[in-house]
Write a protein that binds this ligand. Structure first.
Ligand SMILES: *Cc1c(COP(=O)(O)O)cnc(C)c1O
Length: 403
């Protein structure tokens, strides 16, 4: 199944506008309502909550690049998850990874604590364990790969296949924010619903919040549309228009970001830091990741061995901005425990072996030499690395802790 006619890079920039003036960019319909030709002859659109031509244009484009039959754009990545969880019924049992995005963890925990859902978290890297927990009453499975910042990879193909064997009606939900459609097509692995925070790579400029959902199932699409129209979380026309613009450069951005990230991962690993990135051979699931994705993406994390040193590094960079999120054209640095993952309590973080000194780097499209120089200065300033007599960088913290 492939609604795509050309390669992704081509589909991303190809614009088939049906505009009356042949505008080369699909116009922005900044209108809440649409007049009807007559009472007996209603037009295609009536009210923007239900549908808007700018959003439709975006959704058709998204469906193509995600190889889906149906796609929807909503106001944020978390908005996608809200729509998806509304497809469940009170008391339904669901299985979720134990290292999902912090906001995903927060919403699932909220629904679990209210008694709306029974959520079971498992380590998704343990395929055998995860599959053994799926039973005929399991209604939904939430997966993410690679997770961040721990960069855990799960076997999406096997989990999805085994889940559907146990119960063909299980809805397997996959959060593809980290890879984007450039690097992964989860629907090809049998996933029922794929969603992404379009705030990240899809838009790529950190100037809007958005989320997209995609599926090949007409039945699921109908339910998803029903919720979006009922709750009014469809993406606004202006944000849809901006997201369409951002999408056109998705392939070149991700390619360049990844190229930079591979170099930076190697740079840090060579100094002796424990680097988590599925693009370097030391990653425990390097082969599994490569079997599912066209690349390793542009997010990595590394440990310094000291919370204090990590804090100093994060505060010493100049090009890397201290910010949550990723997928933007500019590079970012953060300490997940203090920022994006602070919503997971310290005890749970400890249970999940979440290193408190972990630094996350989200790599942009800048000149890579500049990025490495910036990191080098920050590492030296923080005392994390020192120069030896041959002017080579070495990991001072790990040397110290070995003494
Ligand atoms: C950011 C993010 C989300 C949430 O998306 P928002 O657009 O911020 O609501 C969900 N999953 C992952 C993996 C993310 O990185």
């Amino acid at each position: 199944m492939s609604p795509r006619k050309y390669n992704l890079e081509t589909e991303l920039v190809l614009s088939k506008s049906t505009d009356q003036y042949n505008a080369s960019v699909a116009p922005l319909y900044q209108s809440a309502t649409f007049k009807q030709p007559s009472l007996s002859n209603m037009g295609e659109y009536d009210y923007t909550r239900s549908g808007n031509p700018t959003r439709t244009h975006l959704q058709n484009h998204i469906a193509k690049i995600m190889r889906a039959n149906h796609a929807f754009a909503v106001t944020s990545g978390m908005g996608c998850l809200d729509v998806i969880t509304r497809l469940l019924s009170p008391g339904d049992e669901v299985i979720a990874g134990d290292d999902l995005y912090g906001g995903t963890h927060r919403l699932l925990t909220y629904l679990n604590n209210k008694g709306d859902l029974k959520v079971h978290h498992y380590d998704t890297t343990n395929t055998e364990l995860l599959v053994s927990k799926i039973h005929s009453g399991t209604k939904m499975i939430f997966l993410e790969s690679p997770t961040n910042p721990l960069i855990k990879v799960c076997d999406v193909r096997t989990i999805t296949r085994e889940a559907h064997k146990i119960n063909p009606d299980i809805v397997v939900v996959f959060d593809n924010t980290m890879m984007s459609p450039v690097l992964m097509t989860p629907l090809d692995f049998g996933v029922d619903i794929q969603y992404e925070s379009a705030t990240k790579y899809l838009n790529g400029h950190h100037d809007i919040m958005a989320g997209v959902l995609a599926t090949r199932s007409a039945a699921l699409a109908e339910k998803i549309y029903y919720v979006i129209n009922s709750t009014g979380c469809g993406l606004s026309p202006f944000d849809s228009w901006l997201l369409s613009r951002g999408l056109r450069t998705l392939a070149v951005r991700v390619e360049r970001q990844q190229q930079n990230c591979v170099r930076i991962a190697e740079f840090l690993a060579n100094i002796g830091f424990k680097v988590r990135y599925p693009g370097i051979k030391s990653h425990p699931q390097y082969d599994l990741h490569a079997s599912m994705c066209k690349g390793a993406g542009a997010v990595l994390s590394f440990e310094t061995g000291s919370i204090k040193v990590s804090e100093k590094i994060v505060e010493s960079t100049e090009i890397f901005g201290i910010a949550v999120s990723f997928g933007c054209v500019n590079s970012l640095i953060s300490m997940p425990c203090k920022m994006s993952h602070a919503s997971i309590d310290a005890k749970t973080r400890e249970e999940r072996d979440f290193p408190e000194d972990l630094i996350r780097l989200c790599i942009g499209i800048e000149n890579c030499d500049d990025l490495i120089d910036d990191l080098t200065r920050a590492l030296l300033r923080s005392g994390a690395v020192k120069l030896n007599e041959r002017d080579e960088l070495f990991n001072a913290v790990s040397v110290q802790s070995k003494l």
